[in-house]
Design a protein around this ligand. Structure first.
Ligand SMILES: Nc1ncnc2c1ncn2[C@@H]1O[C@H](COP(=O)(O)OP(=O)(O)OP(=O)(O)O)[C@@H](O)[C@H]1O
Length: 989
C-alpha cells in the first residue's frame, strides 16, 4: 500500500495520535518538520494554522494538504510523525526523506529567511531557553516593536509556541530581522552549550581509563540497593520514569522532560554556571535517577557528549577524614587509573566540557553549602566538602558539568546562586505507579490484585506516588492483600508493614507461636533503633563494623535484611553498612525514641521544635545534647549544617507521631511500659498543638476591608502530616479550633496527594469555611479525591497548575454540589478538556449560589463551551467566568453569548486568546447590549477585525454599566485602533 493510501486508511488513527492529548504540540512539531523539509509552503502552513481553529480541524486540514501533494509527501509525513511520536505504530517511511534539518553546507547558500524555515525544528528547540533574550535583541535592533515583544511573550503560549510565534513574526519582518535572530541564537548556543561542536580524539591512556571507569560505573549501577537484602532486581527490570519538571516556568519545555534534558540547555537560568540541581522529597527517586543516568552513560546509551563521568555519593564522602586534592578525590573515590595519572588529570583540566560529575544527596553532607572558603588550585589539598563546594561553584575545574541531587529544604539561597538550572523530581505519576507495580511482579494476576487494592484505598494510592513507598507496598503485597479492612492509611502503617514483612520472612512461625510479631524481634529493633537514632542525630548514614558492634548489632540483626552493604567505588575500604533507605533509618530512629526507657525526656520536645531551632541555628546543639557524651565530643557545633539535617529529623518526628497513635498502642504492650508510652503520646500531641498555635499567632491582623489570610510557613505542612499520622480526630480538632482565618494559602508547598490526605483530615475541623489556595503544587486527580472530606469548609478552591484532569473534576464537582459553602473554583493551567464541561454545567444548574468559575489555559473547545452554555442558561448567580487561553472559537463564543444574554449577575467575562473572531465578538455584543450586571469583558488576542469591534461599539451605546472591553492584539491597523478608541473610550487596545 502506498503512503498516500495509508494517509487515507489510517486517517482516524493519525488524527487521534496528533490531537488526543489536547495539546497542539505534536501537530505543530510535525508542521515544523514538513516546513523545514520544504514539503509545506508557507501558504500551506498558514492555511492550516488558522488562529482559533479547533485542533482536530487543523490536523484534518494538514492530512488533506499532504494527501493532495502525493505519495512522496505522504511518505515524508509518516517519517515526520514517527520522529515526533515514536511510540505510534505505523509504517516505516523514514527512508522517504530525512527528517533532520537541512545540511550545513547547503545552508550557507540560503538566505536567512530560508534558514528560518529549513532549520525550524532545531531553532525552536534552541530558542525555548532564551526567548526573552532573543526578543530583547530584536527590540534593541529595532526589528521588533514593544507590541511584537508582548505578543510573543503572552503567557497563554507555551515556550515552544512562543518560539514559533517569534520565528513567524521575524519572517514577516524580512531578511535583516531573520539574520539578527539567527546571529543571536548562534552566539547563545556557542557559549555554554554542550560540547557537541568539538570533535575530540582523546589520547590512548584516557580511552583506557574511560573503559575502566565505565565498567566500574556499570557494575555499581546495575542493581538497586533496596532489593539488596531481599532479591536481586536489575535496574533495567524495575526502572520506571519519574515525573521531572523544570523549576522555572518561563523556560519550560513542552511535554515531559527526558533524562538527557537534565544536562540539556532547556530551562537554563544562569549560563555562567555549570551545576544542575535535581531536587525532590525523600524517597522520590533522586538517587535512582542518577543511577539510571550512570548506567546509561556507562553503556554508551546516553550522555555521550561526556567522555568521563565521575559519580560521588555525599553520604560516603562524609566518612573521608583526609584532606585531598581534586585529583586524589577523583581517582581515589571513583576509579583508580592504572597508569599515566598525570596525563589523564591534565586531559580533564584541558577539556572540562567533556567531563561530568554527579553528587548524590547534597543534603546528607555533614556541612551545609557555603561559598566562604575559595580554592582554585587543582593540586591544593582541602577537606572534601570544601573541594565539593568549590567544584559546584566552578572555582575548581570550571566548565565541568555537575549534576547534584538534594532534598528541597537543604537548598539555600547561597547554593542557588551557582545553579545553571533546577529540575524537580516529583515521584511517580498515576501511570508510573501502574507501570512500577507491573514491573515489580512477574505474575500479572498479582500485579492486577495489588493495583486493584490501591484503587480501593486512595490514601494508600496517594502514598504510592512516592517511589520508596510504592516499593514497600509492592514488596509487601502478601501482607497488603491479606489485611482486608485494616489496609494501611498512613506512612507509619506502611513502614510497620515492611517491618513485619522482613521479620516474618526470617521466621514465619514466630507469630503463630503466640508471640506478638514485634515482641519476638525486640532485640533487633532495639539494636537497629539505637544505631539509626545516633546516626540520624549525627548525619551519619554509613556504619562501620565497629559502629555496629558498639550498638550491639549482631550478625543475626544484619541478616534480617534492613541493612545493606554499602556500595563503594574505591576498593580500599572495609565492609560498611547502610539502611536499605534513609527513611527506614528514620523509622528505626523513631522506634528507638518510642521504645527506649532511657532517652532524654527532652528528645520529643526538641524533635518537634525543629523549625524554631532551625531558625535560630541551634538545632544541632540541642539535639546532640541527647546523645551519649562521647559522640558529642566528636562533632563540633556547626550552624550551617542545620538546614541540611532537618528533613530526616522531620521524617523521624512524623514516624514518632504515627507510632504513638492510639491505633498502635497495642504494639508496645509487651515491649515497654504502657505508662511511659502514653506519656510520650500526650507529649507529642501537646507539641503538635503548640506548634500549630504558634503558626496561628503569627498571622497578621487584616487591614480593614481585607480578608484575614494565612500563608503557610515552613513546617506547617509537616505539622499537619504529623497530626494525620496520629489518626485521632480529637487532636486534629484541638489543633484547628483556634484558627480564625478567611483564606489559607499553600502555594508552592510541594503538596501532592499525601499532603492532600493530611490536609483534608485536619482542615475539616476548621470552625468556619475558608478559601483554600493550593496553586502550583502537584495535587493531581488522586490529590483532588483526597481533598473531598474537607470540601464542606471550602468557600473557594484555587488549584491553578496542578495536573488535574477531567476525572478529578468529575469527583470534585460531584462532592462540591453537596457543599453549601462552596462558591468559587479556579483551575487555570490544568489538563481539562471538553469532557469535564458537562460537570460544570451540572454545577451551575444545581447550585444557584455559585459565584466564580475560572478555567483559563486548558483545552476547552467549541464543544465544551456549548456544554457550559447549557448550565449558564439556567443559572442566575455566576459573577465571574474566565476561559482565557482555551479554544472555544467563534461558535463556542456564540453559544456562550446566547446563554449569557439574560444573565443578571455576570460581572466579568474573559475569553482572551480563544479565536472568537468577529463573528464571536458580534455575538458577545448582545451580552453587552442586554446585560444589567456586566462590568468588564476581555477579548484580547482573538483575531477580531473592524466588523467585530463595530458590533461592540454599537452595543456599548446601549449599556452605561460596562466599564471596559479589552481588545489588545486583534486584527486591527493602528489607524483603526486610533479611530475606534476615540469613538468609544471604554475600548482598551
Ligand atoms: N525511577 C524508579 N524506578 C523504580 N524504582 C524506584 C525509582 N525511583 C525510586 N525507586 C525506588 O524507591 C527507592 C528510593 O528511591 P531513592 O533512594 O532514589 O530516593 P531519593 O529521592 O534519593 O531519597 P532520599 O532523598 O531519601 O535519599 C529506591 O531504592 C527504589 O526501590
Amino acid at each position: 500500500m502506498s503512503a498516500q493510501e495509508l494517509v487515507l486508511k489510517q486517517r482516524t488513527d493519525i488524527l487521534h495520535a496528533l490531537c488526543s492529548s489536547g495539546s497542539a504540540e505534536h501537530l505543530e512539531r510535525v508542521l515544523d518538520v514538513l516546513l523545514a523539509q520544504g514539503e509545506l509552503t508557507w501558504e500551506d502552513y498558514q492555511n492550516i494554522q488558522v488562529p482559533g481553529q479547533a485542533l482536530y480541524t487543523k490536523a484534518r486540514q494538514l492530512l488533506d494538504v499532504v494527501y493532495t501533494k502525493g505519495a512522496d509527501t505522504c511518505g515524508i509525513f509518516f517519517a515526520a510523525l514517527k520522529q515526533v511520536l515514536p511510540e505510534v505504530q505505523g509504517p516505516d517511511f523514514s527512508s522517504s526523506g530525512s527528517c533532520s534539518d537541512v545540511d550545513e553546507k547547503e545552508e550557507t547558500r540560503r538566505t536567512s529567511t530560508q534558514t528560518l524555515l529549513t532549520q525550524r525544528p532545531s531553532l525552536i528547540y534552541k530558542l525555548q531557553g532564551c526567548i526573552e533574550g532573543a526578543l530583547e535583541a530584536l527590540v534593541q535592533s529595532s526589528h521588533f516593536t514593544k507590541a511584537d515583544f508582548d505578543e510573543v511573550r503572552l503567557p497563554i503560549h507555551t515556550p515552544t509556541q512562543q518560539a514559533r510565534r517569534l520565528l513567524d513574526l521575524v519572517r514577516s519582518k524580512g531578511e535583516s530581522a531573520a539574520a539578527a535572530v539567527l546571529q543571536y541564537i548562534h552566539q547563545k548556543h556557542d557559549v555554554g552549550s554542550p560540547p557537541k561542536q568539538e570533535k575530540l580524539t582523546p589520547p590512548k591512556e584516557v580511552l583506557t581509563y574511560q573503559k575502566k571507569l565505565s565498567s566500574s560505573v556499570c557494575a555499581q549501577s546495575c542493581f538497586l540497593s533496596t532489593y539488596g537484602g531481599t532479591s536481586h532486581m536489575s535496574l533495567d527490570d524495575i526502572y520506571t520514569e519519574g515525573q521531572l519538571e523544570l523549576a522555572h516556568d518561563c523556560v519550560d519545555i513542552q511535554g515531559p522532560l527526558g533524562l538527557e534534558d537534565i544536562v540539556g540547555t532547556a530551562g537554563t537560568v544562569n549560563e555562567e554556571a555549570d551545576t544542575v540541581l535535581i531536587s525532590g522529597e525523600a524517597g522520590n527517586g533522586k538517587s535512582t535517577l542518577l543511577q539510571r543516568l550512570h548506567l546509561l552513560w556507562a553503556r554508551g546509551a546516553a550522555l555521550q557528549d561526556y567522555l568521563l563521568l565521575f559519580p560521588f555519593s555525599c553520604r560516603r564522602l562524609n566518612s573521608e577524614q583526609r584532606e585531598l586534592s581534586v585529583q586524589e578525590l577523583l581517582f581515589q573515590h571513583c576509579c583508580w587509573p592504572d597508569r599515566e595519572q598525570g596525563e589523564i588529570f591534565q586531559f580533564i583540566q584541558d577539556h572540562p566540557h567533556f567531563i561530568l560529575f554527579t553528587f548524590d544527596g547534597l543534603d546528607e553532607l555533614k556541612q551545609g553549602f557555603s561559598d566562604e572558603h575559595r580554592i582554585c588550585c587543582p593540586t591544593q589539598r582541602a577537606p572534601v566538602h570544601i573541594l565539593l563546594f568549590n567544584l559546584i561553584q566552578g572555582s575548581l575545574l570550571k566548565g565541568v558539568r555537575k549534576v547534584v541531587t538534594s532534598r528541597p529544604e537543604a537548598v539555600g539561597p547561597v547554593l542557588k546562586k551557582y545553579l545553571r538550572k533546577e529540575v524537580l523530581l516529583k515521584g511517580f505519576s498515576p501511570n508510573g505507579i501502574n507501570c512500577f507495580v507491573r514491573k515489580h511482579h512477574n505474575d500479572p494476576t498479582v500485579a492486577a490484585k495489588v493495583l486493584e487494592s490501591l484503587q480501593a484505598n486512595t490514601a494508600l494510592l496517594g502514598l504510592c506516588h512516592s517511589p520508596v513507598l510504592c516499593w514497600i507496598v509492592s514488596q509487601c503485597h502478601k501482607e497488603l492483600l491479606g489485611c482486608g479492612e485494616g489496609s494501611p492509611q498512613t506512612i507509619t502503617d506502611v513502614y510497620l508493614m515492611i517491618l513485619q514483612h522482613f521479620f516474618q520472612r526470617q521466621s514465619p512461625l514466630k507469630s503463630a507461636m503466640g508471640l506478638g510479631w514485634l515482641q519476638g524481634h525486640l532485640e533487633t529493633i532495639l539494636h537497629l533503633g539505637q544505631l539509626a537514632f545516633e546516626g540520624i542525630s549525627m548525619t551519619c548514614y554509613v556504619f562501620s563494623g565497629t559502629d555496629l558492634e558498639t550498638r550491639g548489632v549482631t550478625e543475626k540483626d544484619i541478616c534480617m535484611g534492613f541493612l545493606t552493604q554499602s556500595k563503594d567505588m574505591s576498593s580500599t575500604h572495609s565492609k560498611h553498612y547502610e539502611f536499605l533507605h534513609v527513611t527506614l533509618q528514620c523509622f528505626f530512629a523513631a522506634l528507638h525514641i518510642v521504645m527506649s526507657n532511657n532517652t532524654d525526656r527532652s528528645v520529643i520536645p526538641k524533635l518537634f521544635n525543629l523549625q524554631e531551632l532551625r531558625d535560630t541555628g541551634v538545632k544541632r546543639a540541642c539535639f546532640r545534647s541527647c546523645l551519649p557524651s562521647t559522640d558529642q565530643k566528636e562533632h563540633v557545633l556547626d550552624s550551617e549544617a542545620t538546614a541540611a539535617e532537618t528533613p530526616n529529623l522531620q521524617i523521624t518526628a512524623t514516624f514518632v507521631s504515627g507510632l504513638l497513635s492510639q491505633r498502635h498502642l497495642s504494639l508496645w504492650l509487651h515491649c515497654c511500659s504502657t505508662t511511659m508510652v502514653e506519656k510520650k503520646a500526650r507529649l507529642v500531641a501537646r507539641c503538635l498543638s503548640k506548634g500549630m498555635h504558634k503558626h496561628f499567632k503569627s498571622i497578621p491582623q487584616p487591614v480593614q476591608g481585607e480578608k484575614k489570610s494565612m500563608h503557610a510557613m515552613p513546617g506547617f505542612v509537616w505539622l499537619i502530616k504529623c497530626i494525620y499520622e496520629m489518626q485521632e480526630s480529637r487532636i486534629a480538632k484541638d489543633a484547628m479550633h483556634k484558627l480564625e482565618v478567611d483564606h489559607l494559602k499553600l502555594t508552592y508547598c510541594n503538596i501532592g496527594p499525601v499532603e492532600c490526605t493530611a490536609l483534608a483530615y485536619v482542615l475539616q475541623h476548621l470552625r468556619n469555611p475558608v478559601g483554600l489556595q493550593l496553586d502550583n503544587n502537584s495535587v493531581g486527580d488522586v490529590g483532588v479525591e483526597q481533598l473531598l472530606p474537607c470540601m464542606h469548609i471550602c468557600k473557594s478552591l484555587y488549584l491553578r497548575n496542578n495536573n488535574i484532569t477531567d476525572e478529578g473534576i468529575r469527583k470534585l464537582i460531584a462532592k462540591g454540589i453537596q457543599c453549601d459553602s462552596f462558591q468559587k473554583i479556579s483551575l487555570f493551567n490544568n489538563n481539562l478538556t471538553d469532557a469535564c464541561m458537562q460537570h460544570f454545567s451540572h454545577l451551575l444548574k444545581t447550585k444557584q449560589d455559585f459565584l466564580s468559575i475560572r478555567l483559563g489555559n486548558n483545552n476547552i473547545t467549541e464543544e465544551g463551551a456549548k456544554q457550559l452554555a447549557e448550565g449558564l442558561k439556567s443559572n442566575q448567580s455566576l459573577k465571574y467566568l474566565g476561559l482565557w487561553g482555551n479554544k472555544v472559537g467563534d461558535a463556542g463564543a456564540e453559544a456562550l453569548a446566547g446563554a449569557l444574554e439574560n444573565s443578571q449577575t455576570l460581572l466579568w467575562l474573559s475569553l482572551v486568546g480563544n479565536g472568537v473572531g468577529s463573528t464571536g465578538a458580534c455575538a458577545l455584543a448582545n451580552v453587552i447590549r442586554n446585560s444589567t450586571s456586566l462590568e468588564e469583558i476581555w477579548l484580547t488576542e482573538n483575531c477580531i477585525t473592524r466588523a467585530g469591534v463595530e458590533c461592540l461599539i454599537e452595543a456599548l451605546q446601549h449599556n452605561a454599566r460596562v466599564k471596559s472591553v479589552w481588545l489588545r492584539n486583534n486584527d486591527l491597523s493602528s489607524e483603526e485602533v486610533q479611530e475606534m478608541a476615540q469613538r468609544e473610550s471604554r475600548l482598551t487596545f
